[in-house]
Design a protein. Structure first.
Length: 261
């Protein structure tokens, strides 16, 4: 009875999320994402009752039929909607909140370097775009949107939109963010090297800074020369005037005895 309720809820979810959705019966019969989700319930039951072989076999049959591979141990929230449902992989230790939407080609996988908990945890209402890869034991905050074809390997805060490789935040709480990589905010770290555009921008900024430093060095050199010239001129003028003063004093001294005489 509870399962029928879940199915109804899932069909309503499809109607809400897919503008192309038709009647309930068509949805029931033609959405492999729903079939994969519904099959996940008995698979998980088998897994939890230590019938891991049958659970895996059943999940592989589901994959064969639907194109969606949800590991029997993965935790899936209510009203999960997997649209187009081709090539979707949800790993063993992945955990999804309620109302998540995944498109075709999404991988919620491991990086290959971790053991134990090695797949992502998605909050409620997370959308993962077509072809996006979310890798590792990371947390994708509630209400986050992962752009299609992004690769995300670090935590994403709530209500953020992430795009690109590596994933960078372009919107947070509805506000556009100029250029933010996942390691430019406290508590967030970037996964890999900056992208090409960023490297180019940095190169240009460094070139501009070098040119300015050269200009300033030239100006400093000119100023130094001017100061030295000024100092030299002052010294010469000083010497000449003291010479002049000296000769005048000599003349007066020479005249003095004559005057006295
Ligand atoms: C990311 C996404 C959710 C849009 O989120 P948003 O918060 O509304 O962001 P915006 O549309 O304002 O885009 C912000 C910037 O990211 C860029 N962008 C959007 N999606 C992108 C993507 N997948 N990859 C790279 N850049 C992307 C936009 O061009 C824009 O760039 P700009 O600032 O230079 O103008 C959406 O573009 C997306 O990828 N949805 C996935 C849907 C999907 O997979 N559908 C498949 C149906 S079959």
């Amino acid at each position: 009875m509870r399962f029928i309720g879940t199915m109804r809820e899932d069909i309503e979810t499809v109607k809400r999320n897919d503008p192309a959705a038709q009647g309930a019966l068509v949805i029931f019969l033609s959405y492999p994402g729903l079939h994969a989700k519904w099959m996940h319930a008995p698979e998980r039951w088998l897994w939890r009752h230590r019938l891991r072989g049958p659970a895996r076999i059943l999940s592989q049959i589901t994959r064969l039929v639907t194109g969606v591979e949800i590991h029997p141990a993965a935790k899936v929230g209510r009203r999960l909607f997997i649209d187009h449902a081709a090539g979707v992989v949800i790993g063993e230790t992945a955990s999804l909140g309620d109302d998540c939407v995944l498109y075709q080609g999404v991988t919620l996988g491991g990086t290959g370097r971790e053991s134990g908990k090695r797949h992502p945890t998605l909050g409620d209402g997370v959308m993962v775009g077509a072809g996006a890869k979310v890798l590792g034991s990371i947390r994708i905050g509630s209400g986050a949107k992962i752009g299609s074809n992004s690769v995300v390997v670090k935590d994403v805060p709530d209500n953020s939109t992430v795009i690109g490789i590596p994933g960078r935040i372009v919107r947070r709480n509805g506000r556009r963010i100029a250029r933010e990589t996942l390691d430019e905010r406290p508590g967030l770290m970037r996964a890999t090297a900056p992208d090409e555009e960023e490297v180019l921008w940095n190169r240009r900024a460094i070139a501009r800074a070098c040119k300015r430093i050269e200009q300033l060095e030239k100006e400093v050199a000119n100023l130094q020369e001017a100061v030295e010239r000024l100092a030299r001129t002052k010294t010469c003028t000083g010497a000449q005037s003291s010479e002049r003063r000296g000769s005048q004093t000599g003349a007066v001294a020479a005249d003095a005895p004559t005057a006295r005489a």
